[in-house]
Design a protein around this ligand. Structure first.
Ligand SMILES: [Zn+2]
Length: 253
């Protein structure tokens, strides 16, 4: 018997009790749905309000040995186990990776040196989700030992560098920049867009083992609209300006 038939029979047999039950059930269900919507909205709003400074200093590595131990003997990778070190380098790196993991449409990275395996893994995860990544780096440092840029280039990420001896010394990353997301929307003729938020990550920090654990560095993560738009515009300008270098594909030397 169909559910509607059962309900109709119940209404006929017990009209008041059944009607009241349906009314209470409907109210409770709508309340649960409303709470779920509010929860999801508050999570998105919290993500879009990010505005913080991360500092790396001499205290960042004092918990490193404990993280290695917690990941098991012989492991090469530190584990993000609970840690009470307010300057924990590992947690700082995880904060940057968390923003990369939030990317929906685009990641534009301008970086002088990039050898961090953790952040390279975050970019690989983004690629697997279909996020479009572009990288601008320095003409010399793109080939430095352990460069993750050449690895990402081999995975199909377009990389451009300036043709000059001046340094491309920027260190910034724009995630889902408004201008870039709009460009992707038009390129892909997308009718429906998923919610996403522009974030910029910038500071003195190179994405290297030394920079992420040892040096004194700073890194700002912000969703400020004006800052993200300004960084995005500069990335777009550099990308066009360095256009010729992409033809000579970046390969490991
Ligand atoms: Zn720690």
């Amino acid at each position: 018997m169909l559910i509607t038939q059962i309900i109709m029979k119940q209404i006929r047999d017990y009209p008041i009790v059944t009607t009241l039950s349906i009314a209470v059930g409907t109210v409770l269900a709508s309340e649960v749905i409303w709470k779920l919507v509010q929860c999801s909205r508050s999570k998105r709003e919290k993500a879009s309000r990010v505005h913080e400074v991360i500092v790396f200093n001499e205290l960042g590595e004092i918990c490193a040995a404990a993280h290695m131990r917690n990941n098991g003997i012989g492991s090469q990778k530190p584990h993000m186990s609970p840690c009470c070190n307010a300057h924990c380098s590992l947690r700082n790196v995880a904060k940057i990776a968390e923003q990369i993991d939030r990317a929906v449409y685009s990641i534009d990275l301008a970086i002088f040196t990039f050898s961090s395996l953790s952040l390279a893994d975050a970019l690989k995860r983004a690629l697997q989700r279909g996020v479009i990544i572009r990288i601008i780096s320095d003409g010399e440092m793109v080939y430095c030992t352990g460069s993750q840029i050449t690895m990402l280039a081999q995975l199909g990420v377009p990389v451009r560098v300036p043709i000059t001896t001046n340094l491309m010394h920027n260190k910034f990353c724009i995630i889902d920049g408004v201008e870039r997301v709009e460009e992707i929307r038009l390129l892909r003729k997308l009718k429906w867009m998923r919610p996403c938020y522009s974030i910029v990550i910038s500071g003195s920090l190179n994405w290297t083992a030394q920079g992420l654990g040892g040096n004194w560095e700073n890194c700002i993560i912000t969703a400020d609209e004006k800052l993200t738009a300004t960084f995005q515009a500069e990335f777009q300008r550099m990308w066009r300006s360095f256009g010729k270098t992409e033809a000579s594909r970046i390969q490991p030397k």
